[in-house]
Write a protein that binds this ligand. Structure first.
Ligand code: AMP
Length: 440
């Protein structure tokens, strides 16, 4: 289980000459940072680490990929360690991190464990969709840091399985997404149970009125930090549109995936059902595929993500919510099988593409009833997206192919089907992250 440092090219883009030594982090944290392979702090880390260590509240406009996790995890681990360097025996959590999804909980939990590998702070993940029992047992044994989704945390609070009276540090990570997902009431209920003397940090990619209201009630004299998304959308990503009617999209996508033989493609659908159906159809077309969305069991989601990151599956079909916050960086290609309802989600989706040394591709299959959505996205991006003609030769459109003529499931896979090993690009040396989920 290792954090993967961003490649050097991205550090160059950050263009600062800071080093982690300058933050006055304790030796155990500095050592972990070095071992993980971070050398140059990202802008949000430069701004946030000293302020958070000084005890200031923070309001940060930052997306996944900016290094935001280390920006709060490092100084908060330092504070916990300074208060109580070698805690032993049962203890109540002092740091609470609220996140929108289980996947993000796993990633943030992993970061705390990685950065805190030479410290003695214990981290626990709390999220729904799995048995509460192990979480309750772990709470009994005592933990220092809880990374939780709001709903399950509230259950534990209501059941008195968790003692939140010692919480001194609170992080709301991806607050906008938590509100989008309807967690505001749960969040407010959780907040009402916490001791009022706290340091509060709020991270959000966007700032709606609702977020501002939440921030106003929560934060005291916060330091406000705003950092550009990892890949400014217009800069590193090549946007393309093919005009394809809904009924033809599957055949077109299947053809493009097989022709292009891209090692990893993240495909977005609007609905969970659509994600499942598409993944099944692509599998039938001989494309290695997995789906990830809220209706999948936790273990299925974890497995799908791990397989995708390890290049065992070529295509991950995801809904916006399931994909939000996932640290799948440097993807060569993102495909919008359907355009999102909310234009900003387009920016979140394509924020995952762009590779070292070359541009990423964001391909959208746009049907005639999605034209308005495309225009809304262009307004958000501040530029037109080129519509490219589609070479239709070789595409097996379904309406030309009667049901009985379709390739049965047991038929041999098509020649051009993807062979992960052959196309496998080199990986950064930091190793691949894996999360057993065993603690949740
Ligand atoms: P985050 O925005 O926290 O999700 O981080 C995105 C990715 O950047 C993760 O893979 C981190 O391991 C990596 N990362 C964060 N900070 C640094 C840094 N200072 N140097 C190199 N990689 C980093």
């Amino acid at each position: 289980m290792t954090l993967r440092p961003v490649p050097a090219w991205r550090e160059k883009r950050y263009g600062n000459h800071m080093s982690f030594d300058q933050f006055g982090l304790p030796a155990a944290l500095l050592r972990a940072v070095q071992e993980i392979g971070y050398t140059v702090p990202t802008p949000i880390q430069v701004a946030a680490i000293p302020a958070v260590h000084d005890g200031r509240d923070l309001l940060a406009a930052a997306q996944t990929g900016t290094g935001k996790t280390a920006a709060f995890a490092l100084p908060l681990l330092q504070r916990l360690d300074e208060e109580q360097p070698h805690p032993r025996g049962p203890r109540a959590p002092r740091l609470l991190v609220l996140v929108p999804t289980r996947e993000l909980a796993a990633q943030v939990g992993e970061s705390f464990e990685d950065f805190g590998r030479h410290l003695r702070q214990r981290t626990l993940l709390i999220f729904g969709g799995v048995s509460p029992r192990p979480q309750i047992d772990a709470l009994r044994q005592g933990v220092d840091i809880v990374v939780a989704t709001p709903g399950r945390l509230l259950d534990h609070i209501n059941e008195r399985a968790i003692d939140v009276s010692a919480v001194r540090y609170l992080v709301l990570d991806e607050a906008d997404r938590m509100l989008d997902m309807g967690f505001i009431r749960d969040i407010r209920r959780v907040l009402a149970t916490l001791p009022p003397q706290r340091q509060n940090l709020l991270f959000s990619a966007t700032f709606s009125d609702e977020i501002r209201t939440l921030a106003k009630g929560l934060l005291h004299d916060p330091l406000t930090v705003e950092v550009a998304p990892r890949n400014a959308p217009a800069e590193l990503v090549e946007h393309r549109v093919h005009l394809v009617e809904q009924g033809d999209k599957r055949a077109v996508l299947s053809h493009l995936l097989r022709e292009g033989a891209t090692p990893q493609t993240l495909v977005f659908t609007r609905t969970k059902h659509g994600a499942n159906r598409l993944a099944e159809q692509l599998e039938r077309d001989g494309i290695n595929c997995a789906a990830i969305h809220g209706n999948k069991s936790q273990s299925a989601r974890t497995r799908a993500l791990a397989d995708f990151k390890d290049y065992k599956v070529q295509v991950l079909v995801a809904t916006d919510i399931a994909a939000r916050g996932l640290d799948i960086s440097e993807l060569p290609q993102v495909v919008n099988y359907e355009l999102p309802h909310v234009p900003e989600d387009y920016v979140h989706r394509i924020g995952r593409t762009g590779r070292a040394g070359c541009t990423g591709q964001a391909l959208s299959l746009v049907s005639s009833d999605e034209r308005d959505r495309l225009r809304a996205i262009e307004r958000v991006l501040g530029r037109k997206i080129s519509v490219l003609p589609l070479d239709r030769s070789g595409i097996k459109f379904e309406r030309e192919q009667p049901q009985h003529a379709q390739r049965p499931q047991h038929a041999p896979r098509p020649q051009q089907s993807y062979h992960p090993r052959q196309h496998r690009p080199s990986r950064p040396s930091g190793g691949q992250r894996r999360w057993s989920g065993g603690r949740g």
